[in-house]
Design a protein. Structure first.
Length: 367
């Protein structure tokens, strides 16, 4: 702890009768820092009644420097400092005040201080403590943190409301899917009844074709409703279900082999893909050759693309063909354009139809 000697009062310093009590720090024993002040974490400075520094604790020396020896090196307001000491001299209790520190920027508030008159023998001095300097250095930061905490609380409340709304919408969505599935099942039953009651072969063929298309939509809808995720369905499960339905409607014994990777397709892709696969499988089953008839369906994915291939061992594809088959392929081409894909048909030991289309980011491998 350093101790600074006293000198005559500086110019402008009010001193004498009527300002401070009679006596000076230079009379009697010199005032020193009380040992307790050394334990205080805030800066504490002991002044003589002429404004010179007598002693400082460690936080004050760190804050103001070892060489500080006058109020001028601490405070920017002489009159405010003298008024604070004058108020302290009239009481034995600490008095509160606010003083502007040297080096403070205009936006900073004045430092909060406490002043206590020290009397020892005939000497008088003043202990001035800066109140919680560390805590007052960042008022703007404290206010900003408080504001951010309030904003976080608001966002959490909004997030909770959105999550509740999302859960409610999922329930409504599931209910909608359930009703659509039931309506499709009812339409399928009506179409089947109409086909059974008709004796016209042409009408029966039309009803059968319509029933096949509706069955494809029904299979996709049924799988979508059974899936835990409302975002899409398993392509491999959908294609296997379609193959069983086409095989059942064909009325003949024919092997349909399905090899499909476990990919989850979004709903806007699943329905067109179901109709495409249904048309190609129906056409392949119709033209597959004799008792050894065989049809295969493959679905693979690669970087950025998926490929659906339907192959049969029939006579192959005749490009000039017209009628129901060509109209079905027209539907396939239209659906391919809808999903940004492309249809290619060739003959290679039978008809081979290849549909390639981009794999959207929403599609991913099933776990």
């Amino acid at each position: 702890m350093s101790c600074h000697g006293l000198s005559d009062a500086e110019p402008g310093w009010r001193r004498g009768a009527g300002v401070f009590p009679q006596g000076s720090a230079g009379t009697g024993r010199p005032l020193t820092m009380h040992p307790i002040a050394k334990l205080i974490r805030e800066p504490v400075v002991v002044f003589a009644d002429d404004g010179h520094i007598i002693d400082m604790n460690r936080p004050a020396r760190l804050r103001f420097g070892e060489s500080a020896n006058s109020w001028r090196q601490l405070f920017a307001d002489l009159e405010g400092f003298q008024n604070l000491l004058e108020r302290a001299s009239g009481t034995s209790d600490p008095v509160l005040g606010a003083l502007r520190l040297i080096g403070s920027v205009p936006s900073e508030p004045d430092a909060k201080v406490e002043a206590l008159a020290l009397r020892e023998g005939g000497a008088i001095g003043y202990a001035v403590k800066l109140r919680d300097v560390v805590g007052d250095q960042f008022p703007a930061l404290t206010a900003q943190v408080r504001e951010l905490n309030g904003e976080v609380a608001v966002r959490r409340r909004i997030q909770a409301e959105l999550e509740e709304s999302l859960a409610h919408n999922k329930v409504l969505y599931r209910e909608l899917q359930h009703r659509v599935k039931n309506h499709l099942q009812m339409i399928l039953a009506l179409v089947s009844t109409a086909g059974r009651e008709s004796d016209d072969p042409g009408r029966k063929q039309f009803v059968k074709m319509l029933q096949s298309k509706l069955s494809a939509l029904f299979d996709a809808q049924r799988l979508m409703y059974s899936e835990e995720s409302a975002d899409g369905l398993r392509v491999d499960q959908m294609l296997s279900a379609l193959a069983e339905t086409v095989q059942s409607l064909a009325g003949v014994r024919i092997a349909i082999v399905v090899r499909a990777e476990p990919v989850i397709a979004p709903n806007d892709l699943a329905f067109p893909l179901a109709l495409i696969a249904n048309e190609l499988l129906t056409n392949a089953v119709k033209y597959a050759a004799g008792p050894e008839a065989a049809v295969s369906l493959d679905f693979v994915r690669s970087e950025g693309e998926a490929v659906l291939t339907v192959r049969d061992n029939g006579p192959g594809f005749a490009p000039a063909a017209s009628g129901p088959t060509s109209s079905g392929l027209g539907l396939v081409r239209g659906l391919c354009r809808q999903i940004g894909g492309h249809l290619a048909i060739k003959s290679d030991g039978g008809a081979v139809a290849v549909v390639s289309f981009p794999l959207s980011e929403a599609s991913h491998a099933a776990v």
